[in-house]
Design a protein around this ligand. Sequence first.
Ligand code: NOJ
Ligand code: NOJ
Length: 398
Amino acid sequence: MIGLILTLVVSVQASQNDISWSRLIDAISPSDGAKGAVMASPSRSYPDYYYHWIRDAALVMNEVFLEKHRAPEWVESTLKDYVLFSRQNQLTVNLGEPKFHIDGAEYKLDWGRPQNDGPALRALTLIKFARYLKAQNQDAWVVQNLYKAEIPANTVIKADLEYVSHHWQEPSFDVWEEVFGHHFYTRIVQARALEVGAEFALEQGDPEAAVWYSEQSQKIYKSLDSFWSSEKQIILVTLNRVGGLYIKNSGLDSAVILGVLHADIPKGRAWAVDDSRVLKTAKVLESVFREIYQINQVTKNPAGETLAPGIGRYPEDRYDGITTDKLGNPWFLTTQAFAELYFKNEMPQKAQEFLNRTKYHTAVGGHQSEQFDRSYGVMRGARDLTWSYASYLSATRK
Ligand code: NOJ
Ligand code: NOJ
């Protein structure tokens, strides 16, 4: 119903912001799926993205929560569905499982697993939601479903924090599901989840857990220092690769910027958006992607506005959105992440140039796929990627 209303609104005079919100709504609890499931994209073949990814869903639900002013009751019931669905996921296989069928069934084929960023991202989203519920005197619901001070953990946040605090030292597959090792992205979201998780554990009357989470968090933060390469002047994406793809000679990856944004550490602290190491890495990524994608030679739109370079995952990427024997393209969500980085650093002009770039490649009707072609600028990969829209909302939120 709410989707219908918004679709009508959108068809009259739609901003990219309203379109993004309406597409998030469309992605949640699809009619052939479980309540609370989030499809990564409606595309069911070439590529098949019709799954609930733990990572994508956590990022999408974070945006849904932060947009609660638009439809508070719907947002609350949707987040509750997501909590119940997540608990079923946790009971189905281990917590590092990256994706599920949209009805909640286990995905049994080969995949890059485990992916240990997922539980951390989910905890970060749900701690915000839990605090919101508590502010509305819904403590009982929170204790029953989100955080109860007991072991074994039977509630979603508690189970995620236990998993992260006991497994962060193990290698896992990266955010792009390709490389098995220790990743900056995974580590920074884990560190932040345990830091915030420790505070929340205290609020839930679980002081011993708070101490444990906080200790692990500090150890992870410490481990992040070794990702800085003073020689290359960048934050390296992966250390101690033990398996998976081996094509990233540069060590450069925009996943590092995504990690900083998703961890959302307060400004002024190490690894926050204004850390000079983060900004230096962003600069290098920009200049590398400016060179390698032909589309970045176009630097003005027809209105004469400046287009920042389209940003991809990493320079050596070979995933074109369907197969991995091609050349990678710029992505909407990574390019919009650069807009977010500069908005958060109070450089709105520079940020806007990244939004000009994605707007330039967005299709009529505000459609954003996963990627846009490095040479022709047309959309590539999964259509209407839900995470693309989430990244737009996140970048433009005031
Ligand atoms: C699909 C993954 O989602 C994508 O990130 C990856 O590049 C390819 N498979 C190849 O592993
Ligand atoms: C491939 C991306 O590499 C990965 O990060 C994402 O979770 C899935 N696609 C689903 O969107």
